[in-house]
Design a protein around this ligand. Structure first.
Ligand code: CP
Length: 309
């Protein structure tokens, strides 16, 4: 199949075949990272604008590297230091950016639906790089690529997503992608951090870490998003770390071939003990590396580059 969408907004709307196309394209892009000269002419003359209203290390940097390796011109815009600080709205900002003729706008914003709003308003392609607690589709795609690489397949695998499910756009995107691709998903965390609607997404729910991780192929630990909490959801960081932090001791009950994942940034010593984050089961930096390949694939498919790689 070929790519037909103008934008990439959610995993919820993607068909399994579309996910497969992105993953296969990303897998073919990975070879570029190993070249001495990491540059192909595929998107020469194209312009990508990264429009980031929230902080980011991995997503913004990897979109920038992805665009540059494909020879696109990449512009990084951030709210700090822009006219957003003078009160310019998201839509006005985006329309002014569009007046400068970009081919792709990659947007991260604290409001759910921000990417959809821009996709409707702009003629160029729009990529959702995270909208509030709603979705983060390219994170889910790089997670799927990493699991597929390490396990050889996706269908039939089991995943435990652990921690702050309530505030996690990564969890939502992962759940949509994993369920559509035939994986079994358990979400685990304290009741205050598991939204009631999550069972409607076809996942199991557990309130015990040891139970959730006992027999799964993948453990996805999530960051405790204190900046999105209005307060009172956990008794204390110390207690959260004690019951929900993954340590060498709790990991003893997991499978010998389990993969430990985390979208980053990691709160070391809270959701992940340093020896687990840096340990033999961790594929966290593989996820980061795959972020570049997935974002190259997404830019390539959206902009319709047809030049030989
Ligand atoms: N995983 C992720 O979105 O990381 P950043 O916030 O650093 O982009």
């Amino acid at each position: 199949m070929g790519w037909t969408r103008k934008d990439l907004l959610t995993m919820q709307e993607l068909e399994p075949a579309e996910m497969g196309l992105i993953l296969d394209t990303a897998a073919s892009m990975k070879e570029i990272a190993g070249r001495e000269i990491k540059k192909v002419p595929t998107l020469r003359g194209r312009t990508v604008v990264n429009l980031f209203y929230e902080a980011s290390t991995r997503t913004r940097t990897s979109f920038e590297i992805a665009g540059k390796w494909l020879s696109a011109d990449v512009v990084n815009w951030s709210a700090a230091g822009s006219s957003a600080a003078k009160g310019e709205t998201l839509l006005d900002t985006a329309k002014n950016i569009e007046a400068m003729s970009p081919d792709v706008v990659v947007v991260r914003h604290g409001a759910a639906g921000a990417a959809q709003l821009l996709a409707r308003a702009l003629k160029c392609a729009v990529v959702n790089a995270g909208d509030g607690a709603h979705e983060h589709p390219t994170q889910a795609l790089l997670d799927l690529l990493t699991i597929r690489e390490k396990k050889g397949h996706l269908e039939g695998l089991s995943v435990a997503i652990v921690g702050d499910i309530a505030h996690s756009r990564v969890a939502r995107s992962d759940i949509h992608g994993m369920k559509k691709l035939g994986m079994t998903v358990t979400v685990a965390g304290p009741p205050t951090l598991i939204p009631p609607f999550v069972q409607e997404l076809g996942v199991k729910v557990s309130h015990r870490l040891e139970e959730a991780i006992a027999d799964v192929d993948v453990i996805m630990m999530l960051r405790l998003q204190q900046e999105r909490m209005t307060g009172g959801l956990i008794p204390s960081l110390r207690e959260y770390a004690r019951y929900w932090g993954l340590s060498r001791a709790t990991l003893a009950g997991a499978r010998q071939d389990v993969l430990i994942m985390h979208p980053g940034p990691v709160n070391r010593g809270i959701e992940l003990a340093p020896e687990v984050a840096d340990g033999p089961y961790s594929v966290i930096l593989d996820q980061v590396a795959n972020g570049v390949a997935v974002r190259m694939a997404v830019l390539y498919l959206l902009v319709g580059g047809r030049t030989q790689l």
